[in-house]
Design a protein around this ligand. Structure first.
Ligand code: HEM
Length: 375
């Protein structure tokens, strides 16, 4: 008698984020279902470059559900107020004006200074001895540098990094009541550390100046978006550092660490997907998303679409003019990509100098959109 082994269940694109190798799953979607409704997820999935570009460029598709601008669990708390002010989480004319100021402030960040700080903090963490404390290096160091860039010093940078860890707990849809509570306390603490806005320094002062030039006078949202600098840095930059270390452990060409980090951004994206919510109907390639429906946008799949990147599955540091979706596109495109790349390059360079040792086959944190190895 022969027994048949049932086929392995096909992972959803959300489960793929934490697989050792999510890329065959994404490649199948790019080839066979580049823009289609996924019954298991109850959402549309945009997988190829054309669909991802179209979705991120559409005004009908918003960053939050129309009826829930702030997650219910944090509505009415300090975390909810901060969340509701973030340019990342809002659409419309006011958000666009504030986004201009956010982008201008970040474009003026001194990347050389940021990289030097990241290198120094990394050396200090390593000097404490013992096993390389990857958590502190991947999450703590970048967050502390951004805190310093926002004018914090003398231990306040460490405190801000720790509070950021708690604040981001409110972001996943799976957040519990305890996560919401911790995030609310963290938001209050971060406001106290970064404010009052009148005494703003560094990036926060630049943000105030850029906003003022746009006729923006309300300081609350500026403080919220400075907290956003910290929270947007946190998981994503940790993922970029971790995924670069994994690439190195797998034998990546390491002649130029900066070039390697930039190619890891494309090849093994630390932010694998984002979401959009239809406020109006949106049609792409003959398929229509109805108002109220959701779209999962597979940035990491589009990065490997052969229509936009030749030989997309090969890690090629120094690749010429790659099409990269990891930092989004359109109105909500990430303004922190250069900063994140500089921070990750500095941390990885110091770790290599120190003769670090990582694993080529890590497990990944159980997250729905950030790909962060457990090293
Ligand atoms: C490797 C690190 C990073 C990755 C992969 C990343 C990725 C992204 C992506 C995909 C978006 C757009 C989300 C969407 O459209 O749904 C975004 C938005 C944003 N990111 Fe980043 N990010 C990184 C680091 C940073 C850093 C270091 C900062 C600032 C210090 C930053 C600030 C922002 C801001 C302010 C937005 C909101 C922009 C808007 O909605 O208009 N990011 N990021």
């Amino acid at each position: 008698m022969t027994s048949t082994v049932p086929p392995a269940p096909v992972p959803t694109p959300v489960e793929a984020v934490r697989l050792a190798d999510p890329y065959p799953c994404y490649a199948r979607l790019v080839a066979e279902r580049p823009f289609a409704f996924d019954e298991a997820l109850g959402a549309w999935v945009a997988a190829d470059a054309a669909a991802v570009r179209a979705v991120l460029g559409s005004g009908a598709l918003r960053v939050r559900p129309v009826g829930e601008p702030v997650p219910a669990g944090i509505a009415g708390t300090a975390a909810g107020e901060v969340f509701g002010d973030l340019v990342r989480m809002t659409d419309g004319a006011a958000a666009a004006r504030l986004k201009g100021a956010v982008a201008e402030a970040l474009a003026g960040a001194d990347l050389g200074h940021a990289g030097a700080l990241a290198a120094r903090f990394t050396r200090e963490v390593l000097a404490d001895g013992g096993e390389a404390p990857y958590e502190e290096l991947m999450f703590g160091v970048p967050a502390r540098v951004v805190a310093v860039l926002c004018g914090l010093a003398d231990g306040a940078d460490r405190e801000a990094a720790a509070a950021t860890a708690d604040f981001v707990r409110c972001v996943p849809a799976s957040a519990t009541q305890a996560d919401h509570h911790a995030a609310a306390q963290a938001a209050t603490r971060l406001r106290a550390l970064l404010g009052p806005a009148g005494q703003a320094d560094g990036l926060l002062r630049e943000l105030g100046g850029a906003a003022g030039r746009r006729g923006w006078t309300d300081t609350g949202p500026l403080l919220s978006n400075a907290i956003g600098f910290l929270s947007q840095t946190y998981d994503a930059t940790a993922g970029l550092i971790g995924n670069t270390l994994v690439a190195l452990a797998r034998g990546a060409d390491a002649a130029d660490t900066g070039a390697l980090v930039r190619e890891v951004v494309r090849h093994d994206a630390p932010v694998q997907n984002t979401r959009r919510f239809a406020a109006g109907a949106f049609t792409h390639a003959g398929a229509t998303v109805e108002p109220g429906q959701q779209v999962l946008v597979l940035l990491a799949a589009a990065n490997r679409d052969p229509a936009v990147n030749p030989d997309p599955h090969t890690l090629s540091p120094g690749r010429v003019n790659p099409a990269v979706f990891t930092f989004g596109a359109g109105a909500h495109r990430c303004p922190g990509g250069e900063l994140a790349t500089a921070l990750a390059t500095a941390v990885v360079t110091e770790l290599r100098t120190a003769g670090w040792n990582s694993t080529a086959t890590p497990a990944y944190r159980p997250l729905a959109n950030a790909r962060i190895p457990l090293l």
